[in-house]
Design a protein around this ligand. Structure first.
Ligand code: C2O
Ligand code: CU
Ligand code: CU
Length: 544
């Protein structure tokens, strides 16, 4: 099915419209001159895949939970820097954690609490186009604001990176991560109100791995055979600078979706990676603003998926292609021993991503791919104490351009409506009458996908009446594990089941298409402590 978005994107219409409106008014419009360079004209596979360094603690400090315990203390600055995204391009100005993008990788044991000082060392002026009409990004606000969220982390509310808890250049804040959760690939990224899409596009994200003894016992490929692949995308000017598209409205530059012309893997366009003929484990992250990847090898080689957003699957599944929406992660094992001497290209539909060069020599491989990994017991529906019907809404102007997205018809600043009680289970029913798939993410928690089902969209739009027109569709096997981000598919109702545990307090849920998130497709939610129910007004804080 071709959606409006795909059509615009594939046809290049969006870009053409943009070009026409961006041209300076020299009386006569000059011949259309490219504002962005075509990455496909670059020589492919000339840069080795960069692997971000592992973050090391600076010192040890007293734990906020128990001052007698000293815990690792890390300091990480967000800074401007320049980096070559391709051998034949000039250096690109970016913003990154520790002067690189992706930032350094955290590699932490489950249950090992840590402190991280996030320091905003950026300049006072933004280099990407701020839209001051968006909530929280008004002209009265500082241009450069950052707040770090650990996506997938079960963190206390004051360390979760609430979008309004931003800091300005020169300031820093210390967050506390207890890491009491399963081995999984999390990621950290900016979450500042109204400009988060620009900050992440500028490069402000990195990988955060949690490990535990269950994972250890599996003997999966590790060390130099375990590689993070952070996918993001970017468009570049002929001067090799990041280009973020704007609308044709001078004072309202926000655009509903952004797809870069090039795909960056760990910050490089079309990198190559030399691999031994053995098993590798790839931790793949979609850090793109709006692009959904449909990953496969050019010649159709199969690979194994062993994990989802929040950790290991019950058993490996063999795949030839895989969907990955913004915010989602996937844990893969590829056995290159079947491909000695080959050059394998990883792609997303027609887009080339990177190349693997498999060594010719045979290699001894002592790692395993066990037939069973970690049980994922199904949360019974009967455990849910509440079901919430939540709509995903898109509002268009007269010429059918999306201008606003809301969750359940409410703006960010309206009173909190989702208040689950700590240690209870709820079903969230996401009703999506729009033409787009929206990857919906909840902070703090992990959840399971129950099912999806088609419904009568016109009836819903006219009368807000829900009538199903299709059968229940169970989640794909590749998403039948612990998740924190779910694709709410167009024209479908998607149901998730969530146990709210960990901490009481204020968190957020939102669409992970960053342009949507920045334009009201984000809402606060509040986990209410059981005790707080009896004593309203008391401070709601409970450690889990
Ligand atoms: Cu990955 Cu609220 O974000
Ligand atoms: Cu998150
Ligand atoms: Cu969305």
């Amino acid at each position: 099915m071709i959606t409006r978005r795909k059509f615009l994107h594939n046809s290049g219409l969006a870009t053409t419209a943009l070009l026409m409106n961006q041209l300076p008014a020299f009386g006569q419009a000059p011949a259309v001159k490219a504002l962005t360079l075509d990455p496909n004209a670059l020589v492919k596979f000339v840069d080795p895949l960069p692997i971000p360094p592992t973050m090391q603690p600076n010192e040890h400090r007293a734990s906020p939970a128990n001052p007698a315990v000293r815990v690792p203390y890390y300091k990480l600055g967000m800074r401007p820097f320049e980096m070559k995204v391709h051998r034949d391009l000039k250096a690109t100005r970016m913003w990154g954690f520790g002067s690189q993008t992706p930032g350094p990788t955290f590699d932490i044991r489950s249950g090992q609490e840590i402190l991280v000082e996030w320091a905003n060392e950026l300049p006072d002026k933004h280099f990407l186009p701020i839209d001051h009409n968006l909530g929280g990004a008004g002209k009265d606000q500082p241009e450069v604001r950052t707040v770090v969220h650990l996506h997938g982390g079960k963190a206390p509310p004051d360390s979760d990176g609430y979008p309004e808890d931003w800091i300005t250049p020169g300031k820093s804040v210390v967050y506390h991560y207890p890491n009491k959760q399963y081995a999984a690939m999390l990621w950290y990224h900016d979450h500042a109100m109204g400009i988060n899409r620009l900050n992440i596009y500028a490069g402000l994200f990195g990988v955060y791995l949690i490990r535990d003894s269950v994972e250890d016992s599996l003997n999966l490929p590790s060390g130099k055979y375990e590689i993070p692949l952070a996918l993001s995308d970017g468009s570049f000017t002929p001067e090799s600078q990041l280009f973020y598209p704007v609308s044709d409205k001078v004072n309202a530059p926000w655009v509903p979706e952004v797809f870069g012309d090039g795909i960056l893997v760990n910050g490089k366009l079309f990198p190559y990676f030399e691999v031994a003929s053995r098993k590798y484990r790839f931790r793949v992250l979609n850090a793109s603003n709006g692009r959904f990847y449909h990953l496969s090898f050019e010649k159709g080689a199969s690979f194994y998926q062993i994990g989802t957003d929040q950790g290991l699957l019950p058993a490996p599944i063999s795949l030839k292609a895989l969907m990955l929406a913004p915010g989602e992660r996937v844990d893969l094992v590829v056995d290159f021993s079947d491909h000695r001497g080959e050059e394998m290209i990883l792609k997303s539909e027609a887009l080339t991503i990177m190349q693997f060069r498999v060594a010719h020599e045979k290699m001894m491989d002592t790692s395993s791919l066990p037939a069973t990994l970690r049980p994922v017991p199904k949360i019974p529906e009967s455990q849910a104490v509440k079901t919430r019907l939540l709509s995903l809404d898109e509002y268009q102007n007269r010429v059918a351009e999306p201008v606003l997205m809301l969750l359940n018809g409410t703006y960010w600043h309206q009173p909190v409506t989702e208040k689950p009680v700590l240690n209870t289970t709820e079903i969230w029913t996401l009703i999506n009458p729009t033409d787009d798939s929206h990857p919906i993410h909840l902070h703090l928690v992990r959840f399971q996908i129950l099912d999806r089902r088609r419904f009568d969209v016109p009836l819903y739009m006219s009368k807000r009446e829900l009538r199903f027109t299709g059968e229940l569709v169970p989640p794909d096997s590749s998403e039948a594990g612990w998740k924190d981000t779910v694709r709410a598919q167009p024209g479908m109702v998607t149901r998730i089941i969530v146990h709210f545990e960990g901490y009481a307090g204020r968190y957020v849920w939102h669409c992970h298409i960053l342009e949507h998130e920045d334009n009201e497709m984000m809402r606060p939610y509040e986990v209410v402590a059981e005790a707080a129910l009896e004593a309203p007004g008391g401070t709601a804080f409970a450690a889990g």
